[in-house]
Write a protein that binds this ligand. Structure first.
Ligand code: NAP
Length: 242
């Protein structure tokens, strides 16, 4: 479980722990947060281990997988923080840094895992609705997540014959530390008003879907991209008849 010290990753790690997985709680820098997730899992009767590794680094990602395999599930979730700026003002280095980081964070771990997976394992990539939406300043984030999804489809095709399910979860805005800076009161109000459920998405909502996919609860799915947005896209299309 990459990027599991907080946010969606931490919620998913806890859910996988409840389901009986031995969870490798990967993090990059915040050891205290990751140890807290491990304690939560152990307090619930599960088993887990916190492992520091920058998954954009090929050697660190390979060691993460090899030291803890064979894997029954792999969740690629680490958050590569997106820059927000119009294309006209976006330095190439900033743009390509996000795309490169997003892909590196899934490529190295996936390639190592392909040689170290249990039969029937599930792989889940955490993308974003941003891969298919057009919002001011989000070009780098959109491009990076769209590239991640293209990569995931090819992994699904390569591993499908080996009984490994590979799918993508694409959340809308979720209340986490990673999204906190963008979630000023007006934004929360807009998101809540334009959601079928009338509320924000929480990390536990996303964790429930990721864990179900990782555990193979949805056996008909392969190479799928599942949007999870509390119904925001439905409201967006629900224009009154004119
Ligand atoms: N929050 C949203 O609104 C939202 C919406 C759609 C999609 N998503 C996607 O959901 C995923 C998680 O987002 P989040 O909001 O839960 O993130 P978050 O709250 O910022 O947490 C990010 C986690 O990723 C870890 N991490 C960052 N870079 C890493 C690296 N190179 N190697 C290993 N771990 C790394 C962090 O570890 P440290 O703290 O130790 O550095 C932390 O545990 C991301 O892929 C994001 O794009 C989020």
């Amino acid at each position: 479980m990459t990027g599991a010290g907080r946010g969606i990753g931490a919620a998913t790690a806890r859910e996988l722990g409840r389901r009986g997985f031995h969870v490798v709680v990967n993090y990059r820098s915040d050891s205290e947060a990751a140890q807290g997730v491990v304690r939560d899992i152990e307090d619930g009767g599960g088993s887990a281990l916190a492992v520091r590794a920058d998954v954009t680094d090929a050697a660190a990602a390979a060691a993460l997988v090899h030291d803890h395999g064979p894997l029954d599930a792999l969740v690629c979730n680490a958050n590569i923080a997106p820059p927000f700026a119009p294309v006209a003002e976006l330095p190439w280095e900033t743009f390509i840094g996000k795309v490169d980081g997003e892909l590196a964070a899934v490529f190295h771990v996936t390639q190592a895992a392909m040689r170290n997976l249990s039969t029937g394992a599930g792989i889940v990539y955490v993308s974003s609705i941003a891969s298919e939406t057009t919002r001011p300043g989000a070009a780098a984030h959109s491009a990076a997540k769209a590239a991640l999804e293209a990569f995931a489809r090819h992994v699904a095709a390569e591993l499908g014959g080996e009984g490994v399910s590979v799918n993508v979860v694409a959340p809308g805005v979720v209340r986490t530390e990673g999204s906190a800076a963008a979630l000023h009161p007006a934004a929360i109000d807009r998101i809540t008003r334009t959601s079928v459920l009338g509320r924000m998405l929480e990390a536990d909502d996303v964790a429930a879907l990721i864990a179900a996919l990782a555990a193979g609860d949805l056996p008909g799915l392969a190479g799928a991209r599942i949007p999870l947005d509390a119904g925001q896209s439905v409201i967006g299309q629900y224009a009154p008849a004119s």
